[in-house]
Design a protein around this ligand. Sequence first.
Ligand code: ADP
Ligand code: ASP
Ligand code: MG
Length: 814
Amino acid sequence: MKVLKFGGTSVGSAKNINKVINILNKYAQKDTIACVVSAIGGITDKLLLAGKLAQNKDVNFKDTFNTIKNIHFDIINELNPDNNNSILEYVETKLSELENLLNGIYLINELSPKTSDKLVSFGELLSSFIIAETMKNRKLSAERKNSQDIIITNSDFTKAEVNYSITNTNIESYFKTANHKVTILPGFISNSQSGEQTTLGRGGSDFTAAIIAAALKVEQLEIWTDVSGMFTTNPKLVKQAYPIDKISYQEAMELSHFGAKVLYPPTVQPVLDLDIPIHIKNTMKPDAVGTVISNDKTNSTSPVKGISNIGNISLLTLQGSGMIGIPGFSKRLFETLSQEKINIILITQASSEHSICLGVEQKDAEMAKSAVDTAFENEIALNKIDPIIIESNLSIIALVGDNMKNHQGISGKMFSTLGKNNINIRAIAQGASEKNISAVIAESDVKKALNTLHEQFFESKTKQLNVFITGVGNVGERLVEQIKQQRKYLKENLKINLRVIGLANSRTMVFNEDGIDLKNWKEQVANGEKATLEGFFEKTKSLNLRNSIFVDVTANKDVAGLYANYLRQSIGVVACNKIACSSDYENYKLLKRLSLKYNAPYLFETNVGAGLPIIDTLNNLIASGDKITSIQAVLSGSLNFVFNNFNDSTKFYDVVKQAAAEGYTEPDPRIDLSGVDVARKILILARESGVKMNLEDISNASFLSDSGLKSNSVDDFYQTLIDDENHYQNLFASAKTNNCQLKYVAQFNEGKANVGLQEIPEGHPFYNLEGKDNIVMFYTQRYPEQPMIIKGAGAGADVTASGLFADIIRIGND
Ligand code: ADP
Ligand code: ASP
Ligand code: MG
């Protein structure tokens, strides 16, 4: 004998019912079968909705009733196109009883728990009848047996308790005499001893099957559903979740108790003592292995078996200095809640006993508050305790595993993982058995929390990075292309799953929570929604993905102004835009502080030498205890390009134009040529060396002509380059006479910094600097004479993009 149960989705359409019948038919070749079925998917909810509408005097209950009716008729007709009279006759009778009941509820506008049970019972009564009769029509040996005749309970409507002695006898005696192959039984529904219709609680069909399996002492109970087993976490919320092959009864109970809906929590009870394994299988993929729940020791290496979550939780906090002195405080509190039939899902008590927190279902919160406030009326009046505080829109997430108790540091890892992602924990509870650690968090953080924890405990090998790029112009475009090319490599070699979630240029933006397909990203951006900086931030924030990184590939002041907002959401910032780092010192410091506080990296390697690892090296020197004494550098790839190409046979204007055309200058070339850009760079290096400095503190001896310095627009500026050619030729001639090269040099020494054009003599490390190269020489306590030198291309879209990319990977490797 085998006991199988099929859930709502499994019997949710004619197509799926055919799958169920095929499975039953196959099993029936070898065995007799007790098959428990749920109502057709969604019908229980619709019955309750119709009831609520009727109770509220809303005539729309009739529409819901008609929907219920049509769903059933459609399925019957599709399953039995030729021969459905006997089925229709029964179903019509039942539906008219249902209609009468709804009309009754409408008339008296009352829906008691007792009536509600009567109402929802129609779902399973109809589905079981339709399935059994369809099988009979197909000449299969099947009968429907109404569970209400055999499963007997007390009168706690909506979640009645089973009377096992009567129920077990009924089940045994029925199956002793049953002489057909397949018995179809409605799940969830039962009768009280006095013959009233009762139910076993929402999701209770699993339980019905377990009761039957235990009464018949079968070898195995099979629960067939719409997923391939019990997953490491809710597969609807975490794509990477996967089915667990084997799990203990305790683990399954904990997971289901904390929200793994795939198994109704009480289901384990009846089969546990008899050691009957529960096999969870997928009706849509009958060949998938599924999950076996049993006492067998599992060979899993991970101490954490699964993560579950329950939504719609409220936290009730009771506190007050007088709590310690109140005799039997806890007893009174729990008794009060129990009298109101309020289920407490989680309890935490501060060791000082000054406060106690209870997690309850949100729907019970107000009732709980009023009951407890009334029970402790006197103590509240005497200011011994405060009235209950309710916090709502919360969720509980729980890590579950029998072996967690043998491993240290799991809760530490859990909380630091959540903390790193800016997920605030409102309360924590750990059972004494240490099979479960649960935390209460905001409902809006659940998806992120489950995904991060899943990554931490089940996919420790890969880390997902979610990147949002603003400014997909020249450099940004190269960055996206580089990411596209390297994604596979990063996954395979660095175990980084780099996903681009958002892309924007100044006009349009596009987002895809599952990662933008980079094959045609340009088209997607072009067809995206209208871009705004705020809109981009809001969307990034609302997606609330773990390890989110905002990448600023603009030179825009307003974009830089939003970094603090990103960091405050624990979203990392990677920027080639140097405005923020070279802005007012207080702002630079604020961003650094926010980065630490919110555990959100703020990296800007490209601010100084494009792809050259200048800041990283500087940070490493300092972190390892070295001290910077002086920095000598040529930091402007653009100025270097200009002075390396400018001579007495070229024109200054032409060289600058060429530098701009090749992307070596900022969009406004004055920023480079005035030396401001270099000054910003040395400022950033000085600040990163630990010095408090502002841009005004840096002396800048500009080489531009007066009119060049005063020009009001980019066009005017270019004109002055033509007009003042002589001025620039003189600079060249002087250097030539002195056998020197012109280099724009930045220096930092004894806490002071300056920038300016210098004539560099032969033999100096700067003399042979070619093209757009940069060079930085760090003199430190450990490098007092021979400096640490970093040299290489310091400008250009490709190297800047690769510098940004390196910052992103730095975060991934963290
Ligand atoms: P049925 O109608 O077959 O009883 P349910 O909807 O009650 O099915 O339960 C199956 C659903 O449980 C899945 O579709 C999935 O969305 C949800 N679920 C939540 N947590 C888990 C988990 N850890 N493993 C598998 N499914 C889960
Ligand atoms: N039909 C019931 C419900 O939706 C019982 C079940 O499907 O398990 O809750
Ligand atoms: Mg279910």
